[in-house]
Design a protein. Structure first.
Lengths: 341, 341
DNA sequence: CGTTAGCACTCAATAGCATCGAGTGCTAAT
DNA sequence: ATTAGCACTCGATGCTATTGAGTGCTAACG
């Protein structure tokens, strides 16, 4: 358990380091407002804090830098949440209000707002689609052997695949199929669509249409879209302005991670509901072991739909970011509610 | 006009510099196979070539580096196109053959192949959609006041917008509208869709439906998609391995350009048909003044549809890249032909 | 007369060295 | 318990010398 004074010193070091990105010495802490101790005293405490694992020294005769454990303590016990300034709030809501009638737009906008307001990189996971249900199904023939299958969900999302038409099926039959599928499948959650396709619709379809197995196969494949989430990044180059990324090597490993959508998605979606902070080595991926990832979930009727998150250096403005994510995730919960009616 | 010997020397310098990325001295040229002259002779020629503007010197007592003009001469007169190796060809076609039934997939794959095979950054512009025609139109109501408008083109591309429904229109009327639009507009090129919407369909629609102006407005807006081209980048981080981008500042300006899709698109689409090479300062944008951009068009029935391109440092393997783009653009022409029937 | 050997010269890069100063740990005095 | 004092550490900074790859010029050569 840390003493009151140790907490105060740790707090001061983290705050200063977040601002300056340079190791903090005892003298600068001592000269700070509200600290009534000499550098020597601070030094002793700092030595203790280092032994306890909260601080690190790049080398002897350098100042101290917070360790992952130090940041963790800071976030858990010392941090006072920054108010989101009136100005930021206005800017944010102004952006979001802009008559958005596409859900995708809202999500993408949210990512942009986050990265603009923080100067870090933002990651936004769009609503999981498996919980959506089918609103409309359509087969549009393009020529003799191909057609476009279109799925519209209750939230207005449109998914489409090109499927090949088995020989011997003509347009009138296609229309029949479309009608059957619509009457049988509208309202079914996407996650159950494939199984329903076989169990309920299969027989009936077979009654009307020859060669229906091939078509079923094509539809089945079309439905097996593995992108139940869509992910949006924004401000990826913001990282490059951070002093911890003055080395091109580090930049490359990070940007390579950004290109690997599935990995990144796994990393983000492993976070639980609510606001979650992963600091430095707490993150499962090596490329962001000197970064912190903060996420918040937005939801509908208490059920989490997707996530918004900020990735920045461990030396991140936690207070500001956390309160911003909190506000925005709540706004999005409200805003997206209308699509989920 | 350059002498035979000058051409030989220029060729040698460009080739060597492309490999080594370091200024080339007279001695190393002299010692090269097939060159029967002493360093002193080479030096004299190099001085001449510099005076003529084909070479540059980073500083006195350094070797020579090709200038933009030097590269230009190299590309126009000296370059012998590399054969695309059997292995690369197989790899490429293997990738493209992979039962792709989505046009988007083909395009995206092409970008990936290019960046993988070259280790530069690839830029691919999808087929311009304005020349496509409407295949099917659909209005799917989501709830009381919003609906999804879906457009399918003859090439199987699906575009969708959420539109708000004016009060007082019910579902049966929506279906009527859909039917009218389909009978009147199928086959019309997308570029003329908006004008036709007013000129031909407007009155007829008005006869059946009240409050139709608002709906028209909504549809009109939905059709005004400004992304007639879709653009795909791949291998953006490949640039970071190039020695000319060891400086984070330069990396940032380049990556920022990559994020500015419209600017980049303008840059690329300003290139004419066929294979086009823009070297260094020949490019209109400052961020790529030390890069070369090579593009090729793919087409259908002689009409250019879209572009594939490679962006790399001016010190680029022109021969390899050009022949690769040539082969791939022709393959894509063949492959995409089937969608344009 | 074109070519080349020879030579003085230039200049970035590298290494060595002294200096500086911010910061530390320890000890003894308060 | 706190702090002043002090020796010590070590990266950063700046200066100088050295090195070496490369040049331009001139004079000699076949």
């Amino acid at each position: 358990m840390l003493t009151e004074r140790q907490r105060m010193i740790l707090n001061a070091i983290v705050d200063d380091y977040i601002r300056s990105a340079e190791p903090i010495g005892s003298r600068s802490i001592s000269k700070r407002g509200g600290v009534g101790f000499s550098p020597a005293t601070i030094r002793n405490e700092m030595a203790d804090l280092e032994e306890l694992g909260y601080l690190e020294q790049p080398h002897t005769s350098a100042g101290r830098v917070p360790s992952t454990k130090g940041y963790r303590y800071y976030v858990d016990h010392l941090l006072k949440l920054g108010e989101v300034s009136e100005q930021e709030l206005n800017r944010m809501r102004g952006f979001l209000a802009d008559q958005m009638n596409q859900m995708e737009q809202v999500i993408q906008h949210a990512a942009m707002i986050l990265s603009n307001l923080t100067n870090y990189t933002s990651i936004v996971l769009g609503p999981e689609m498996f919980s959506n249900s089918l609103k409309h199904f359509q087969l549009v023939p393009l020529n003799q052997d191909t057609a476009v299958a279109i799925i519209v969900t209750n939230t207005g999302h449109v998914e489409n695949r090109t499927v090949s038409i088995p020989v011997g099926i003509d347009i009138s039959e296609m229309e029949k199929i479309t009608r059957i599928l619509n009457t049988k499948l509208v309202g079914v959650p996407l996650s159950r669509l494939r199984s329903r396709l076989y169990s309920e619709v299969g027989e009936e379809l077979g009654r009307y249409v020859e060669h229906c197995e091939q078509l079923m196969g094509a539809l089945d494949e079309a439905l097996a879209s593995d992108n139940e989430h869509r992910m949006f990044l924004s401000g990826t180059t913001n990282m490059l302005t951070q002093p911890e990324f003055k080395d091109v090597e580090k930049v490359k490993t990070l940007l390579d991670l950004f290109d690997e959508t599935p990995t990144l998605m796994k990393l983000v979606s492993s976070h639980p509901d609510g606001i979650q902070v992963r600091i430095g080595t707490e993150n499962d991926h090596e490329a962001i072991n000197n970064c912190s990832l903060i996420t918040a979930t937005y939801s509908f009727e208490g059920k989490s739909l997707g996530m918004i998150g900020i990735l920045g250096p461990t030396r991140m403005e936690y207070g500001k970011v956390i309160s911003l994510l909190d506000v925005l995730s709540k706004d999005m919960t409200v805003l997206l509610g209308k699509w989920y009616k």
